[in-house]
Design a protein around this ligand. Structure first.
Ligand SMILES: Cc1cc2nc3c(=O)[nH]c(=O)nc-3n(C[C@H](O)[C@H](O)[C@H](O)COP(=O)(O)OP(=O)(O)OC[C@H]3O[C@@H](n4cnc5c(N)ncnc54)[C@H](O)[C@@H]3O)c2cc1C
Ligand SMILES: *[C@@H]1O[C@H](CO)[C@@H](O)[C@H](O)[C@H]1NC(C)=O
Length: 532
């Protein structure tokens, strides 16, 4: 593998966390028995928290107070930015959202030393426009909140990234990938406009213009629109987004194709991803050879009694990925009808396959019947209650990476993952990458289908070293003209980072809108040194 070259010249050094003997013992116990805290305390707390917000959101939408309140909330954000300016632009600005609340497993280090702008009241769905087929939402609205709101009305977002608690703001300023990406691209590609507070405190609407822009301002807003995705809040503060919606149907007709080799999986995945009839395509690999490609289409449900309905969202059902594993073991093609919302959140209940590390018996039938309705635990609560020493332990063997690579590099990528981390299941999710300006650009010439390869869990590799291994993975991904998702640990140097991402309009926007003074550089927000 010619990928290791980058590391030898790497100038950044991070120490592998060293543990004392005492720490090791304490941690072993805490790690093994964490469920004694999670199950009786965190699970019920999460449920109460969710109930409270569901009730609150239902109420707020029905008395229609959100649109009026929105203007006030935005004015408050603007006032904070103006105050920052008037007090001499001393430190840079960032959102005040606490580290434990974000879905990324890391905590930011940079926040304490910055001017924190409170955006945490921006949590409401503002309006749905059934004619224009759009929904306008505030940035802290979560995916679970949107599906709960839209699906009963017969609509859905074209792309609903997995995990209920992912936010619109995170999906836009970071990125979002899902099984419908093969049709619609990434989350940024279903957005129509962003309302932003810029460094001078002004409120603007960055909007994609179809055809030729008529004036300078329109053309600037067009550029700004493409500059926001992946910028991690370093160009402006998002206060609302208008997102496309589509009509949906109550079920997904899902066909599972077990595959026996990597090549077979790749061929099948590619064919299903290219098939225009399919709405959803993803694959799971359970080891280097065996996997399952799944393709879904909207459906009204089974036509006759022979059709199988699988309500995977019910609290007592087996974790979805383990059901897929059973199908792979059987080796036969299976067709099922899955309620749409259950399908969208199919990996939520088990937090992909992370929950088994925290509640080892979480998929046990008794646990599911008695406690399944409280799952998954809130990631934010888990983060807030993980003691630093336990985090050190996680760091040693725990991997969380998504690599976005061109489809023709898929098999190679899985082989590299196998060699470096050997974590299964591997999540494989194809998505389109339309050619448009911005940080993320096709660098492989033709406009290729891309695929997200995700490894989440505890590595089997004894010689795993967080920094060295990740740097080798990153070097490989750069060499195939792919991208690393930035919520994960990135050990790239600044130069390597800008080799992976396109800085041309980013730099231009940063200069034009006084961002260099106002916000940190995106690299300084996401690199390993900025997070713990
Ligand atoms: C277990 C797990 C599973 C995951 N599954 C998926 C998946 O299926 N699909 C997928 O696409 N991703 C997935 N992710 C990754 C996910 O994309 C990132 O974690 C995401 O960026 C974090 O989202 P968040 O809503 O917590 O946003 P945050 O982490 O809060 O925000 C992300 C960035 O955007 C900035 N930002 C947020 N709001 C604003 C605002 N209003 N104004 C300016 N800047 C703002 C923040 O400063 C931050 O830099 C997963 C992550 C984990 C840990
Ligand atoms: C920023 O502050 C300066 C001085 O305090 C002031 O002159 C200027 O008008 C402010 N800019 C904006 C956009 O408010």
């Amino acid at each position: 593998m010619g990928a290791a070259n980058g590391y030898a010249n790497g100038k950044v050094a991070y120490s592998q966390p060293e543990l004392s003997k005492y720490e090791k013992v304490v941690e072993f116990i805490m790690h093994r028995f964490r469920f004694l805290f999670v199950v009786p305390f965190l699970l019920p707390l999460g449920v109460v928290y969710n109930w409270f917000f569901e009730l609150r959101n239902w109420f707020v939408f029905n008395i229609n107070s959100a649109p009026k309140a929105h203007d006030r909330k935005v004015q408050r954000v603007q006032a904070q930015v103006r105050r920052w300016n008037e007090s001499g632009q001393k430190t840079k600005m960032c959102t005040a959202r606490s580290g434990w609340l974000t879905m990324s497993f890391r905590f930011p280090l940079y926040k304490q030393s910055m001017t924190q702008i409170r955006t945490d009241t921006l949590i409401d769905i503002l309006e749905i426009d059934e004619e224009a087929m759009t929904v306008r939402v505030e940035p802290m609205v979560t995916m679970g909140q949107i599906t709960r709101f839209l699906i009963p009305r017969g609509f859905t977002l074209p792309i609903v990234p997995e995990l209920d608690d992912l936010t619109v703001g995170g999906m836009i300023n970071g990125c979002g990938v899902e099984a419908s990406g093969k049709k619609y691209g990434m989350f940024q590609h279903i957005c129509q406009s962003y309302e932003l507070v810029l460094a001078d405190g002004s409120l603007v609407t960055a909007k994609k213009i179809e055809g030729k822009p008529v004036n300078q301002e329109e053309s600037e807003m067009h550029t700004l629109f493409f500059g926001i995705p992946w910028s991690h809040g370093t160009i402006g503060l998002l206060t609302a987004a208008t997102i496309r919606i589509i009509r949906c149907r109550p079920f997904v007709k899902l066909v599972y194709y077990p595959t026996n080799t990597l090549d077979e999986m790749k061929l099948r995945l590619n064919a299903e991803a290219e098939n225009k009839e399919n709405e959803f395509v993803e694959a799971l690999m359970f080891n280097k050879d065996k996997g399952c490609v799944m393709r879904g289409r909207f459906s009204d449900g089974p036509l006759d009694k022979t059709g199988v309905i699988n309500r995977i969202g019910r609290w007592y059902t087996k974790w979805f990925y383990t059901q897929v594993e059973d199908i792979v073991d059987d080796g036969k093609v299976v067709t099922q009808f899955i309620p749409l919302r259950d399908y969208y959140h199919r990996h939520s209940k088990s937090i992909f396959w992370e929950l088994k590390e925290i509640v080892p018996f979480g998929n046990n039938v008794l646990f599911r019947w008695f406690c399944g309705w409280m799952c998954p635990p809130k990631i934010s609560l888990l983060k807030a209650t993980t003691p630093p020493t336990l985090r050190k332990l996680y760091d040693r063997q725990h991997v969380l990476q998504d690599m976005l690579v061109p489809m023709d590099q898929l098999t190679k990528t899985i082989e590299v993952f196998h060699e470096e981390v050997e974590i299964y299941p591997v999540w494989v999710c194809p998505f389109r990458l339309p050619s448009c300006p911005g940080m993320l650009r096709q660098r492989s010439g033709a406009s290729q289908m891309f695929v997200d390869v995700g490894a989440y869990g505890v590595t089997l590799k004894k010689d795993y070293h967080p920094q060295e291994t990740t740097r080798r993975l990153e070097a490989f991904v750069r060499s195939v003209k792919g991208f690393q998702m930035l919520y994960a640990d990135t050990y790239m140097t600044r130069a390597e980072f800008w080799e992976m991402f396109d800085s041309s309009i980013y730099d231009w926007l940063r200069a034009k809108y006084n961002c260099r003074k106002a916000f940190p550089d995106v690299y300084d927000k996401v690199c390993k040194a900025a997070r713990y």
